[in-house]
Design a protein around this ligand. Structure first.
Ligand code: RFL
Ligand code: PHB
Length: 414
């Protein structure tokens, strides 16, 4: 027998987008259920993003999720850009009049969110299967799933949020003709990422263009480093024993007088690089958020930040729709988000193109990359453009108590 239930918002996916959306809706008095295919342990351990825009940090603090972030997050003034054997610091805080970035792992945000939702006795189900969305042409779409004990459920909703990542089921459920544009770009390289029990050899993140390919030195804590190497898109990870990874990182990241500290590698994996944007990010009462709607290559550190921005806007829009009966923000959701998404897509594309080198690359291409990098470290205007885009865009405004606060990006519905 199928158990029939009712909620206001059915959320598919307990990644950062789905969990934060549920948290924000609850603060605004809107009920939701979150269903997730994987186990809680898997979601809490999945290694991904680490770099938060200051606008993301401010939003998380404002909604009661700042305690551990403030205690354990590593606040950085800027980044290092390295090329041609030179390392330059770009100070975002100084260039933007106070904006910064914070290193705080996505795993920790997910843990904080799951803890907060569980303490709030939220409906949050892990290890569900056979998820389906139906009735998308009505005002009461339906979410169906089988729970971890094998019980089938049917939840009638006022809205569905597809927060189920790039490979989820919500975007493909949009009827033919419902998506106007699917813009895509794939790159001939990927990132081999490691998590290592090795204290970071840098105080702030290093982005390095090297003749043999990109390298990035990031971190998670003062004891754990997170480092990446550009490799071919179809690279076989077994070709990269730990010693080869450390040697290559030292070779690409090395500058005179600097040593890379090494240590046991805790995890390694290869991520393909692609860009993807689905338009519109909604179909009637189903709204897509985060990686379900768009993917960026990780070079600009935008993916998680875009997911947070989407759900701040979506929560505000759904609270206005479902609590106050006003559909204006919900109708404008996609248009509002896509402005930010395309700015971030451009930043990620531009940084990717400037920093990666492919074997046998045209010397014209190489000279252009170096000219752009030189411009960034010598022109205040160029560095400011990078700083503004990297640290975040307009503040993410979410305030359920005072009804709705449109951000400056919503002029047509203010
Ligand atoms: P997620 O995190 O993929 O979560 C989607 C969830 O949906 C579940 N799901 C389903 N659940 C139920 N039924 C179904 N049928 C389902 N199908 C799927 C999945 O199991 C999953 O739990 O998407 P979300 O929430 O939109 O969050 C997006 C971010 O995870 C992603 O954009 C970032 O991690 C991207 N990213 C980075 N972003 C940043 O802002 N800064 C960074 O520094 C950064 N570095 C990175 C990154 C991504 C990387 N990888 C591995 C892709 C570095 C890397 C290497
Ligand atoms: C990370 O810390 O994992 C990280 C940092 C910056 C990026 C991508 C990933 O651009």
């Amino acid at each position: 027998m199928t158990v029939k239930q009712r909620t206001q918002v059915g959320i598919v996916g307990a990644g950062p987008a789905g969990l934060l959306l549920s948290h924000l809706l609850a603060l605004g008095g809107v009920d939701s259920i979150v269903i997730e295919a994987r186990s809680r342990a898997y979601c809490e351990a999945r290694q991904r993003a680490g770099m938060l825009e200051s606008t993301t940090v401010q939003l998380l603090r404002a909604v009661g999720l700042g305690r551990r972030l403030d205690a354990e997050g590593l606040e950085h003034d800027g980044i290092y850009l390295q090329f041609g054997g030179e390392r330059h610091h770009v100070n975002f805080r100084e260039l933007t009049g106070g904006r910064w970035v914070t290193i705080y792992a996505q795993t920790e945000i997910v843990k904080d969110l799951i803890r907060a939702r569980t303490a709030d006795r939220a409906a949050l189900e892990f290890e569900v299967s056979e998820t389906e969305v139906a009735g998308l042409d009505s005002d009461h779409p339906v979410l169906r799933y089988t729970d971890s004990a094998g019980q089938r459920h049917e939840v009638t909703c006022d809205a569905i949020a597809g927060c189920d990542g790039f490979h989820g089921i919500c975007r493909p459920a949009i009827p033919r003709g419902g998506l106007r544009l699917v813009a895509e770009r794939s790159y001939p390289y990927g990132w081999l990422g490691i998590l290592a029990k090795a204290p970071p050899s840098t105080d702030e993140v290093i982005y390095c263009r090297h003749e043999d390919g990109f390298a990035l030195h990031s971190m998670r804590t003062p004891e754990v480093g997170r480092l990446y190497l550009q490799v071919p898109a179809d690279e076989d990870i077994t070709r990269w024993p730990d010693d080869r990874i450390w040697d290559e990182l030292q070779r690409r990241l090395g500058v005179p007088g600097w040593e890379l500290q090494t240590g046991p590698i805790l995890e390694k994996g290869i991520t393909p690089m692609r860009s993807f944007v689905a338009t519109p990010m909604q179909y009637r009462r189903m709204y897509l958020a985060g990686d379900a709607a768009h993917i960026v290559p990780p070079t600009g550190a935008k993916g998680l930040n875009l997911a947070v921005a989407d759900v701040a806007a979506l929560a505000t829009a759904l609270i206005r729709l479902l609590r106050d009966g006003n559909p204006a923000l919900a109708d404008a959701y996609s248009e509002h988000c896509l402005e930010r998404v395309w700015r971030a897509t451009h930043l990620a594309w531009w940084m990717t193109a400037m920093m990666h080198v492919v074997p046998g690359q045209d010397p014209f291409e190489s000279a252009l990359q170096l000219a752009q990098l030189r411009n960034l470290v010598t022109s205040r205007a160029a560095a400011t453009m990078l700083a503004e885009n990297y640290t975040g865009y307009a503040p993410l405004r979410y305030d359920p108590a005072t009804r709705v606060v449109p951000t400056p990006l919503w002029p047509w519905v203010a």
